[in-house]
Design a protein around this ligand. Structure first.
Ligand code: ADP
Length: 848
């Protein structure tokens, strides 16, 4: 039965209310609280029963048919909620606002919050990562983008030119999980974000117009930025429905302040996760992360994704790392202190919004306790920023919050004795009466002469007197005992005196719990006033933590301080790839990367598996490390600051967009040559190999010429086409280098050593034999190769510059053979197929 088909006049009031709420939250699953359960109805029930594997039942709601329903116990709702949110659904939690026991008529219910991908606030979020929600505001001629992590309150804003692809890329690069757009936005943007990148998109035109959050935009001059932020804020406030005053002042994303690269490059260089497994382990982030705090770890990730471009800022960081490397006792002390600090940023979030409990405040207190010592150490190492120490706040928490406070704030036991007079009084009454009750036990024993008379307490009867079966005959009328319960071996009684004391105790207990809750909320309000300052200090702590981590990693792995210049050269001696050198079993072979004296392009040749792409990645990673303020794996490193990095490395079929490998390759090449400047780095790994040989070679050459003449970006270009090495004759800023290998008795050994000049051999067949292609195929390929080598020699080499663009039918059989060979996956063919292929290869070669 569908919701839309329901005859409302017949519905029960509870279900009518449900429909009213559901209409307001049409695109959202409603968790509707009924007693101890959250129930879902109609289409929501069918969907949830499928997604959460729940039993679909029905509920009588006054209609002829039962309404589809499924439910989850309220105390275990979180894991179900997470599953749905993770799958991209929005979930509204609809609570009972009045107590069913005391309220007359229908219980009041309303949505207290909506949980979505971008607005989750709970402990299940990885503390090592941000969770961004953002928006795109279409202004007809430009886009506004803002985004925030609502657990920590970081808020960013930027304006972008009116370009659909760019806006999509920006959202994707920034790893935003949920997006709000205004209605006029191009539907194509919405569908790409949804379909290709699985981002949750909501269309809404509403803009927050209140004044409570004006401080967020108070530093912004541009009204478009403020509008963009207020558009996002409206959605956040509507879903979170609480105090969000921990949201920080918005920061303008100034693209010039950062070294830019897109998500392809981030993936290709395995900066924050590995390419294949998509895991943090073996990424650059994994290697560099020896941070002690959650803030430090998140800031490190942010820094790797946003390296700096200001040499002053970067050098400041180097100075600190250098000091820490010499002052290793200070470094260790600092590390131990940082280890004591909890996630101050997320705690701040919970203080203003969310389920703050006493243990959170204890964590805050413990974190504050070490700040004065950290401050001193920072002064000693001449750190360029200072932190607050919050002594007053520490004292407040120290005198108020009980060390062993329970998890819940509704059970009492939170506030220390001596903090609040009224509370102390109530506690006195309570314990006085408790003592009195113990006294009653003694008195009753004496009065009745029943030696084993006991006093007990349970929730149903309160305090009672328990007398064993054998002694029951001793109970006399004049005792005034009222029988309450008979058990197998005893009976339980109450007396008026006992009840009177019990009332005092329970009354005090109730008052104490209520009062403690109020005091706690009061303390929370006081703590709130410190949030902005705590956030400021957290930022500095995060930075310090990251730099201490850099020092630790540098020390462990023997990194050195880079020197930054502005003369557009690269001189790195004995560079190593920091992750590969950690992971491989053999010794890593260091290589020089030298691009000085006007050299902009290195053309790298060498057999497959020799280490060409590792060499290229090494350069990019060293640049990124250098620009986040880390030391680098080399013997010496002199580089200039880069503004952008572009990569075309590896065969990454862009499954998301459905483009072919070659199409992706060309798009990325286009992106690089249209966006790069002379301060950029471009890495092209075997560009052009995705198409026929001559096509590929011609494209490679023309792109190289274009980069050489027009862009002048520093470029590493690895290639299979040895013919391209002749280009160094014409392109003055291009140098040939090659990765060497030795061939002995038909076997190849990779030396991974990069040397000047070009190689004249590809060793492709050797690699094919390493891949265990059938011997016959290898032998025949060697024969063919020999034939071509002699033929080419006779032709007096390949004249590179007048590269002939042969039509497909004139392709030389060598190419066809190679293409055919490339298509073979030796692991998938049978011996018979192998023979047939050989036969086919032979026919091709006979045709020429
Ligand atoms: P190519 O791009 O030339 O095909 P790769 O760069 O992918 O080769 O390197 C192949 C393998 O060789 C790498 O996985 C790595 O284990 C090893 N390797 C590469 N460079 C080095 C080096 N400098 N020292 C030691 N091993 C290396």
């Amino acid at each position: 039965m569908k919701r839309s088909e329901v005859d409302k006049s017949k519905l029960s009031p509870m279900m009518l209310k449900y429909l009213e709420i559901k209409e307001k939250y049409n695109d959202t699953i409603i968790f509707y609280r009924l007693g101890d359960f959250y129930e879902m109805f109609f289409e929501d029930a069918i969907l949830c029963s499928r997604e959460l594997e729940l039993t679909l039942t029905g509920r009588n709601a006054g209609l002829d048919e039962r309404v589809p329903m499924c439910g989850i116990p309220h105390h275990a709702y979180l894991s179900y909620l997470e599953k749905l949110v993770d799958k991209g659904y929005k979930v509204a939690i609809c609570e009972q606002l009045t107590d069913p026991k005391t309220s007359k008529g229908i219980v009041e219910r309303d949505v207290i919050q909506v949980v979505t991908k971008g607005t989750v606030i709970d402990d299940t979020l990885s503390e090592k990562d941000f969770n961004y929600i953002g928006n795109i505001y279409d202004f007809d001629y430009c886009y506004g983008i803002s985004y925030t992590d609502i657990t920590t309150g970081y808020f960013y804003v930027l304006l972008l030119e009116y370009d659909k692809e760019k806006v999509i890329k920006e959202i994707n690069n920034r790893n935003i999980k949920e997006i709000i757009v205004n209605d006029k936005i191009d539907r194509e943007i919405i569908s790409v974000l949804k379909e290709n990148y699985h981002i949750l998109v909501t269309v809404s035109d509403s803009i927050y117009s209140g004044s409570d959050y004006e401080y967020i935009v108070s530093d912004l001059q541009d009204i478009r930025m403020s509008t963009t932020i207020m558009h996002l804020l409206n959605y956040i406030l509507e879903t979170k429905k609480g105090d969000m005053s921990h949201l920080q002042k918005a920061e303008i994303v100034d693209l010039h302040k950062y070294l830019l690269f897109d998500s392809h490059t981030k993936r290709n260089l395995e900066l924050t996760e590995t390419l294949r497994q998509k895991e943090r382990t073996y990424s650059l982030l994994w290697l560099l992360d020896k941070t002690k705090t959650a803030m430090g770890s998140r800031f490190l990730k942010y820094s790797i994704e946003n390296p700096l471009t200001s040499s002053i800022e970067i050098n400041r960081r180097y100075d600190i790392v250098e000091t820490l490397l010499t002052e290793f006792i200070l470094k260790n002390d600092l590390q131990n202190l940082l280890d004591e600090i909890y996630d101050l940023e997320r705690l701040s979030g919970r203080i203003s919004y969310g389920n703050l409990n006493a243990r959170d405040l204890l964590q805050l207190k413990k974190s504050l306790k070490v700040l004065p010592d950290i401050k001193k150490l920072l002064e000693e190492i001449k750190f360029y920023r200072s932190i607050d120490t919050f002594e007053e706040l520490y004292d407040l928490l120290e005198v108020s919050i009980n060390e062993d406070a329970p998890f819940s704030i509704r059970e009492g036991g939170i506030i220390k004795d001596g903090y609040d007079n009224e509370l102390d009084e109530l506690r006195k009454i309570r314990s006085g009466s408790r003592d009195f009750i113990l006294q009653i036990e003694q008195e009753e024993r004496a009065r009745t002469g029943i030696k084993n008379l006991k006093l007990g307490y349970n929730k149903v009867f309160g305090y009672y007197i328990e007398i064993s079966k054998g002694n029951i005959p001793l109970v006399k009328d004049e005792f005034n005992y009222e029988r309450k319960q008979t058990l197998a071996n005893c009976e339980r009684f109450i007396t008026p005196e006992l009840k009177e004391k019990e009332n005092i105790i329970l009354g005090a207990e109730e008052k104490i719990i209520e009062l403690e809750y109020r005091i706690f909320m009061n303390i929370r309000e006081k703590v709130k006033t410190y949030i902005t300052d705590i956030q400021k200090t957290s930022k500095t702590i995060a930075l310090v933590d990251m730099l201490v981590s850099f020092a630790t990693v540098s020390e462990e792995n023997n990194y050195i301080r880079p020197s930054l210049s502005s003369d557009k050269k690269i001189e790195i001696k004995e560079a190593r790839h920091p992750v590969v050198e950690k992971v491989i079993k053999s010794e890593f072979v260091p290589n020089d990367i030298i691009m000085n004296n006007g050299v902009d392009i290195l053309l790298i040749t060498g057999p497959n598996m020799a280490g060409k792409s590792t060499y290229m990645r090494t350069l990019a990673i060293i640049i990124i490390m250098a620009q986040i303020g880390s030391f680098v794996p080399a013997k010496s490193c002199n580089i200039s600051i880069f503004d952008k990095i572009f990569t075309r490395i590896g065969a990454s079929d862009d499954l998301v967009s459905g483009d072919s490998t070659f199409m992706v390759e060309m798009k990325e090449a286009n992106n690089a040559i249209s966006e790069a400047t002379e301060n950029s780095l471009i890495l092209f790994d075997e560009l052009g190999r995705g198409t026929a040989t001559y096509d590929g070679m011609s494209l490679a050459q023309s792109i190289l010429e274009y980069v050489h003449d027009k862009i002048k970006a520093k470029t590493l270009f690895s290639t299979h086409y040895h013919e391209l090495t002749a280009l160094s004759g014409d392109l003055k800023r291009l140098r040939n280098v090659h990765v060497s290998a030795i061939e002995e008795e038909g076997k190849i050994t990779f030396l991974h050593k990069v040397k000047m000049g070009a190689v004249d051999k590809s060793y492709g067949i050797h690699v094919a034999s390493l891949a265990k292609l059938p011997k016959e195929v290898i032998n025949r390929a060697n024969e063919i190769l020999e034939f071509y080598e002699t033929k080419n020699k006779k032709k007096n080499g390949f004249k590179q510059i007048e590269l002939p663009l042969e039509p497909e039918e004139h392709k030389c059989s060598n190419d066809i053979l190679i293409e055919r060979l490339n298509k073979i996956n030796p692991l998938e063919i049978t011996p018979i197929q192998a023979i047939n292929i050989l036969y086919e290869l032979k026919q091709i070669s006979d045709k020429k």
